[in-house]
Design a protein around this ligand. Sequence first.
Ligand code: COA
Length: 161
Amino acid sequence: MKIAVYPGSFDPVTCGHLDIIKRSCKLFDKVIVAVLNNSSKSPLFSFDERVELIKKCITDIPNCEVQSFGGLLVDFVKKSGANTIIKGLRAISDFEYEFQMAMLNKKLAPDIETVFMVTNLNCLYISSSVVKEICHFGGNAEGLIPSEIIKDIKDKIEKEC
Ligand code: COA
């Protein structure tokens, strides 16, 4: 069974992430979306909230599941019985950081491969930060965040920010 892990902070999940999830689920027998922390960011949503938001968006994808993990990505991948990490690339500017991460993960776990998928044209400009900012200022988030979770995200941002 070919199992892949799609990691990210998903704070929150966006249409760009969902595009990568759907396309990678066609390539692998199982895709585990792993909600992790990026130590350089302070997430707005808790681990549980981020997991629940993703779960609401993947109800029609039978070979996809979501979990959270507080440690190193490679340790999660090993624990899951996977050997592939999927990352989305939006632009050349993503490449330098992603390349460094892929090399470091390879150094930590030589048997784990990183596979890059090119983000769809209509998602190239999306990021979790811009989505939060648009919701914070009452903008229209349709097409940026999956429709199933727009209300949840707006409610949270109204309450917290
Ligand atoms: N479409 C649209 N937006 C996308 C996207 C896509 N396909 N893919 C990523 N993005 C956005 C994300 O929303 C995020 O936006 P933000 O910066 O506004 O929050 C941004 O691009 C960066 O995403 P990503 O590169 O996935 O980084 P991340 O911060 O979401 O996740 C981790 C990074 C969590 C995977 C990484 O820090 C990690 O592995 N942490 C665990 C500890 C570890 O192992 N560290 C590495 C040691 S070598």
